[in-house]
Write a protein that binds this ligand. Sequence first.
Ligand code: FE2
Ligand code: FE2
Length: 274
Amino acid sequence: MSGSAKAPPSSRVLPHELPASLRDAGLENWIREPLDDAVDRRRRIIMPPAAAIIGTPAAACQGALLAEARHPDTIFMMGDNPALPKMPERPALKDFFLLRFGPIPRMHLLQSARVARENGLGEKVIMACLLHDIAIAGLLPANHGYWGAQLVGPYVDAEVAWAIEKHEALRYFPDESVGYRYPQAYVDYFGPDYRPPDYIRREHEAARRHRWYMTSRLVTINDIYSFDPAAVVDYDEFEDIVGRNFRQPEEGLGFDGSPVAHMWRTMIWPNNFL
Ligand SMILES: [Fe+2]
Ligand SMILES: [Fe+2]
């Protein structure tokens, strides 16, 4: 057990038995023991975000986690998580790709962009492909087209952001005129009886009539062929296109005071308690 007073960080990690409720809910994984070479030897709790745990047993454990944080050798995670690579002071798009995105979404985005380029498509489409699932990669999967479009909105052409937003709805609806069929992956993921909700159907109808429809449709076309696990694509292949099509803020993404800066900061420090 831990000591009785809140002492400055010690060099010794005290053995600490977790309450059974937290162990049973699998929340041991949200509690970070200090790394071997850590200067600050306190245990850090990551409070799982509501969006990740609503509907799961972990949602009942917030009280137990709050109680854990009262232990003298334990605090909530704030600032840099020692388990994550440190981001530069002025992060650029590339830093999020390399230091924050997981290998599967990162490679999916890079492969989509590469396929779009190999298909001879324009830079706006390539850029939209490179960014289309950025919200899945770093933020939230539900409504990812909308989150993604907002994330990049201030930094890309309006057509690119629009295409990213609408790919969310267009993915569910075939367009035989360009050879796009309902993805088999969705049959596997959601079952053959899945029917997109009405708001998605309305979004699709409206997007079809929009002058940028084909830009977003091309995102979906180049999307479905991009799950080759063996492919390796270097981000640097797209540095030139990013340079011309992404207005990288001088202060760094997250610190430019834009209306979406907080979303980039959430990806820099995804485990902050507040
Ligand atoms: Fe997507
Ligand atoms: Fe995708």
